[in-house]
Ligand binder design. Structure first.
Ligand code: NAP
Length: 495
């Protein structure tokens, strides 16, 4: 948000990996109030635009992002420490996500229209005509994620879904990349002017203390929240949403260790390939992916266990230090790996290293029994930390699957010989995760119609939803039934 509101305001500084910090206007609870008021008045107009107008707006945002792509990459590399190809790839994902939503709403798929004809002659009572469609919920709050400066930030998945649904948005930008957020917001501003979209349809506030996020989720105009971040932060904001006089849904995507179950037959024939694949997935992006496979479960006496462990150790030991997104995240990785190495029954194979803002992988081993009994070692350590769980037998693997908490993903590695065990595991894993993979690794989430990026708590705070893919639009829609409406009064979507 711009204009006179910002005059005389406090500033905060970015914390780039290289170069001078830059100044940004500092968010306050008062600015959140203004943004939420603007979002409410813009909603009255924006929600009544046709799907084609909203789709054109999404396409225009994507075009404007492409135009300033190099600037975004340049500042993004400095702010986040992520490599240039990753940021270029993430921008491509962000613009295709916007275009996919544009296509989705042009086709009217999101409306889920249902019609029941009137039955005036029905006995004993006549039936009125019923028309149902999914309608936008109102202004939505979005918290930019630290680990996706583009794909889960100002116009990332949550915002794209909300704008496609017909909702206006107030974004709290993440302090890890304020320059990227501001540049992206200027692209949205240009698209807003080009497409004649109401001013205030998207608002960005960043910086400031915790009162900013607290005011955002408790503001009466906000009707739903999209969040990606820590379990502690997400839970605190979820509780605030639930405690409001009018509670609202909080769609939080929190912690997950994404367990990988390697069955005996697969380990026997693919130990080397599996060790390399796991190490690669675990260390990708310094392990800062929500789908990072932090836990691997093997049967101790299986053929191939030694080979797997030796190769995983070799691969991880050779992985160089990587820059982390923020000093806070590096310090949380340091604390988490220390806690892991000091846990009873955990053997340290490679000690995880974390500097002020960098990290190297850690490798730890524990028994199935110890994993089952100690819930704290089942928790996510955000970063490239791997825990191998050695189960005594297949029945202990089953118990581990039953005991794990909600996950974004669970993975099975199997060969034909493993089919019976896979069939036994599947009904359990189906209740634990939003996505189950066979013979793959969970990093790399397709933005598609059938994608589910969510899962039972603590993977997410709402197990019926996804934050990636076209189905994610449903979080910001609400079914409304129009009974006995004259045609002239029926909303345009039914015509
Ligand atoms: P975070 O601490 O949860 O913060 C995310 C956003 O929520 C920030 O804008 C933060 O504001 C706000 N926030 C958090 N707690 C709040 C509270 N009590 N009241 C009001 N606002 C609050 O996440 P993060 O900064 O991205 O990273 C910290 C940790 O999150 C990581 O070490 C990692 O464990 C986890 N993480 C997990 C995932 C995942 O996908 N599973 C992704 C990213 C991070 P402030 O900036 O003002 O604190």
């Amino acid at each position: 948000i711009g204009g006179n509101w910002l005059e005389g305001r406090e500033r905060f500084y970015s914390a780039p990996t290289k170069g001078e910090p830059k100044q940004f206007y500092c968010g306050t609870a008062e600015l959140i109030d203004k943004a939420c008021e603007t979002a409410e008045s813009a909603f009255l107009e924006y929600s009544h635009l046709s799907a084609n107008q909203r789709a054109d707006f999404l396409d225009a945002i994507a075009e404007e992002l492409d135009l300033i792509g190099d600037d975004i990459t340049e500042i993004g590399v400095l702010e986040t420490g992520l490599p240039e190809p990753r940021l270029i790839g993430e921008r491509g994902r962000t613009t295709s996500q916007l275009r996919l939503f544009a296509q989705h709403i042009r086709e009217g798929m999101h409306l889920d229209i249902r019609k029941d004809k009137a039955l005036p002659e029905r006995k004993p009572l006549p039936r009125p005509e019923l028309n149902m469609a999914q309608m936008p919920v109102g202004p939505v709050a979005v918290f930019g994620a630290s680990n996706f400066p583009l794909a889960f930030s100002v116009v990332g998945g949550d915002t794209a879904a909300a704008l496609a649904a017909g909702c206006t948005v107030v974004v709290k930008g993440h302090s890890a990349h304020p320059g990227v957020s501001e540049l992206v917001a200027t692209a949205v501003e240009k698209a807003t002017i080009r497409c004649g979209i109401p001013v205030g349809t998207l608002n960005l506030v960043q910086g400031g203390d915790r009162s900013v996020g607290e005011r955002l989720v408790t503001h009466p105009n906000i009707q739903a929240v999209g969040f990606t971040g820590s379990l502690a932060g997400g839970r605190a904001l979820f509780n605030l949403c639930a405690a409001r006089p009018e509670p609202i849904p909080f769609f939080g995507e929190l912690g997950s260790v994404n367990p990988v179950f390697v069955l005996k037959g697969a380990l026997k024939v693919r130990a080397k390939e599996l060790a390399q694949g796991w190490a690669n997935s675990l260390t990708m992006g310094a392990g800062q992916f929500c789908t990072n496979p932090g836990v691997v479960v093997l049967v101790r006496e299986s053929e191939g266990v030694e080979e797997f462990l030796q190769l995983a150790e070799l691969e991880l030991a050779e992985t160089a230090d990587q820059t982390m997104l923020t000093e806070g995240i590096a310090s949380a990785y340091c604390d988490g790996s220390k806690a892991m190495s000091q846990s009873t029954g955990v053997e340290e194979i490679i000690a995880a290293k974390a500097g002020v803002r960098n990290a190297a992988p850690g490798l730890y081993i524990t028994s199935g029994q110890n994993f089952i009994e100690n819930e704290h070692i089942q928790e996510e350590v955000f970063g490239p930390l791997g825990l191998v769980v050695l189960a005594e037998d297949e029945s202990e693997v089953f118990t581990i699957a039953r005991k794990i908490k909600g996950q974004l993903t669970c993975t099975i590695h199997m060969e034909e010989a493993d089919i019976i065990q896979a069939e036994q595991l599947l009904p359990v894993l189906q209740r634990k995760a939003g996505r189950i993979l066979v013979n793959g690794f969970p990093t790399g989430v397709e933005v598609a119609d059938a994608m589910v990026h969510g899962g039972p708590y603590p993977a997410s705070t709402n197990f019926g939803a996804t934050s990636v893919g076209t189905l994610s639009i449903r979080r910001f829609l609400r079914p409304v039934c129009f009974q006995n409406f004259p045609d002239v009064l029926l909303p345009k979507v039914f015509k």
